[in-house]
Design a protein around this ligand. Structure first.
Ligand code: PLP
Length: 413
């Protein structure tokens, strides 16, 4: 893996990086930094702060616990150019799902050799593009994909995506859509071989936001069985295992132990094995903090407070619907520099927080305890880096893609 520091200037200098400024996080922390951005820069627009120190310490945790596994950062999780640039600077490779994601990685000067096109079902034009720019590793799980790849990118290495049992507690199970079934593995391997393609190994994904580590072990065992099928068929020896994503802050340590034990138990007899992974959430989630402005307020019977803010479920908080996330927020000082809470005893009211669009579905929080807030106060949402802005829309004219990201850097030590 690469160096353990980020050259922030290089990230900013890279063509196509969309970010406003680099500022060290002051001693008193992120809250003070956000307050100063609000006072000096942000007026009333929502904004993100990307703390590169968090990304760096995540990479160190990864390298410490899984040094033998190269992370291919899943761009879909948060494709912000500064996030991609930071991961590149730290030595990661990249998992791209489409032509546009490949383009955004390449536009930062990153080699196509560091990209896996890890979408088992690709449009033909996207496969052609991958071939034209030298992205030479992809996944498949159907005969039709074999045919398309044979036609447009016969020299790419292939990984057979197998259907590992999903972690039942995963936030986003993926098994209903992807992965060869047990009985499909042999015919798929044979078909790929017969058309002259090279299957280098196997990939799986136990589900995004996994809560258990055992599914990694079950999936590693299933992957080994696919390796054995290839050997039985007399196909060229497979040597790549892609263990997908699914890692969270809470589960990472246990998952790493389970994966290491699984590799020893099932793959010790494959000495030239290359193991890769496609983590997204683990690196991005807690690195991004979102600040929003209260643009409207209504007090209803029973003391209920209702607030309207300028980002919502059609924007960054789409994670509530698509990623099954529960968001949290804290109030922040206003331009008049008011502090919240004024004291621990300050009365808190059951509050509803709505997004800005004219749809009642655009409801972010209900029954959430907040002190009395006013229009132009700010609400700050932590842990907003994974599957947030990436899937936001411009519904009602609120353009998620235009939310600015400020780069900051807290020391990971
Ligand atoms: N790889 C693939 C193919 C995925 O579909 C996903 C998420 O959907 C990921 C990697 C990233 O997963 P996570 O963010 O849970 O690490």
């Amino acid at each position: 893996m690469g160096s353990n520091s980020i050259n922030i200037q290089a990230i900013l200098d890279a063509e196509g990086v969309r970010s406003k400024l680099v500022t060290p996080i002051p001693k008193d922390g992120l809250t003070d930094l956000m307050r100063s951005i609000i006072l000096k820069e942000a007026k009333e627009e929502p904004f993100y702060v990307l703390d590169l120190g968090v990304v760096m310490s995540r990479m160190e945790t990864w390298a410490h616990s899984l040094p033998m596994i190269q992370p291919f950062y899943a761009v879909k999780c948060n494709p912000h150019s500064a996030m991609i640039g930071a991961m590149a600077a730290l030595g990661a490779s990249f998992d791209c799902a489409s032509r546009a994601e490949i383009e955004s990685v390449l536009s930062l000067g990153i080699s196509p050799k560091r990209i896996a096109y890890a979408n088992p079902c690709k449009a033909e034009s996207h496969i052609r593009y991958a071939a034209s720019v030298g992205v030479d590793l992809t996944t498949f799980d159907s005969i039709d994909e074999v045919k398309k790849i044979r036609k447009w990118h016969p020299n790419t290495a292939l990984l057979l995506r197998v259907k590992a049992p999903d972690d039942e507690g995963a936030r986003c199970p993926l098994g209903a859509k992807y992965g060869a079934l047990d009985e499909e593995i042999e015919p798929l391997l044979q078909a790929a071989h017969d058309t002259g393609l090279t299957v280098s190994g196997v990939s799986f994904h136990i589900g995004s936001g996994a809560t258990e580590s055992i599914p990694y072990r079950v999936a590693i065992k299933a992957a080994k069985s696919a390796f054995e099928t290839a050997a039985r068929l007399g196909l060229p020896k497979m040597h790549v295992l892609n263990i997908g994503g699914g890692f969270t802050t809470e589960t990472f340590d246990e998952a790493a132990l389970t994966i290491k034990a699984g590799l020893v138990d099932y793959f010790s007899d494959v000495p030239d094995l290359t193991v890769i992974a496609e983590p997204g959430r683990f690196f991005a989630e807690s690195a991004f903090t979102l600040a929003t402005t209260i643009i409207g307020k209504r007090v209803r019977g029973g003391g209920l407070r209702e607030y309207f803010i300028n980002d919502g479920v059609y924007g960054s908080m789409n994670c509530i619907l698509y990623d099954h996330a529960t968001v949290t927020c804290t109030p922040l000082a206003t331009s008049s520099n008011r502090e919240y809470p004024k004291s621990e005893e300050e009365v808190r009211y059951g509050s509803t927080v709505f997004g800005p669009t004219c749809d009642a579905l655009d409801t972010i929080l209900t029954g959430y305890l907040l002190p009395e807030l006013e229009v132009n106060d700010w609400l700050v949402f932590p842990n907003m880096g994974a599957y947030t802005a990436a899937a936001g829309s411009s519904f009602n004219g609120f353009k998620t893609s235009e939310i600015l990201t400020y780069l900051a850097y807290s020391s990971p030590y």
